[in-house]
Design a protein around this ligand. Sequence first.
Ligand code: URA
Length: 436
Amino acid sequence: MTGEPFAAVDVIRTKRDGGRLTGEQIDWVVDAYTRGVVAEEQMAALAMAIFLRGMDQDETARWTGAMIDSGERLSLRTARPTVDKHSTGGVGDKITLVLAPLVATCGAAVPQLSGRGLGHTGGTLDKLEAIPGWRAELSAAEIGRQLDEVGAVVCAATPTLAPADRLLYALRDVTATVESVPLIASSIMSKKIAEGSRALVLDVKAGSGAFMKTRERARELARALVDIGTAHGVSTTALITDMNVPLGSAVGNAVEVAEAVAVLRGGGPPDVVELTLALAREMLASAGLSGVDPAPVLASGQAYETWCRMIRAQGGDPEAPLPRPAHVHVVPARATGVVTGLDAYSVGVAAWRLGAGRARKEDPVQAGAGIRCLAKPGEFVEADQPLFELHTDTPAAVPTALEALNGAYTVTTTGTRDERATAEELDGIVLETIRP
Ligand code: URA
């Protein structure tokens, strides 16, 4: 007798044979895995069975609940309505840096517990750590205080938040079981629900630079995320947004902070502004503040004041010069014409190779590393005009970054300045909205 109500092998067999797991089986297996009673190889087998057989909506919601219950829930006590946003990750995605202070300026409280980047997609904390003095680790009490005083917090998840997910994610990473919709959805939502926000807006990216390469897969993930949030009483909406082209011009750490600051001061690239406002409108509506229009707030630069307070509250100096790279390499356009393609994945990989991202969780990143894309699709370029600036402290990385950029952009040589308008009329960034 083990004293355990189930045997892991029976749970694995049920899912292997295409059966449904009961709520009790799910609660037990997640808890027993966190306690070390279910062995790594057993959870690996179960994750593969789920990968191959799937989980239905009820199983996925219950699995999420079990992962939340493996740790603590933050209880955010603030007079303002709380609302958070989560992005499934993309290239040049600095939206949180603008959105959190903007939505706070409009009257909501935004508790955003974020992660570091892995692979070609950047991490919000890595970007913010480019700011001299800024610290990511806050206690639950500090998060609560800052939410009350500033209205926005972007910081690292506390280790007690959904610890089962931390273990399971590391296991999935090495057992080829990451790309499963129920496992991804429960992983994301367990952390977001445990964070204690009453409303959540998800930015589910679709395209070459995203986790989900096609719109259909992105829609499937968005639906699963919204269903989990709804089952757990969190008002949840998802926008499916384009990630075939990097967002804005800057990809990396300090370069993205500088671009976010430009948007906060009322300028910046139009695609970053468009997506920030679309997400802000959804967040404000979910928080019961649909009467507030974020567009004039952003254009006026008021959100920049909130940004400065948010950065200072975490030890950072928002006015300090950002780190600069030791080396800048310019890539010229090969031909004259209209830029008709700029592949997000290739640019993300190139920035990562320059030192902006990491290959393993424990690797450091270079604050000054990244890429500036000097022409976006729809723009006319002359041959030899600078197209990319590569920033790095390690010039030896430049050849491998150039390899990644080889074929990353297309210039249509028959293009004229008049074709610019046509290319710019491509779909907007927001492709569709998924509601409960
Ligand atoms: N992000 C997560 O937090 N979990 C996943 O499984 C995938 C992406």
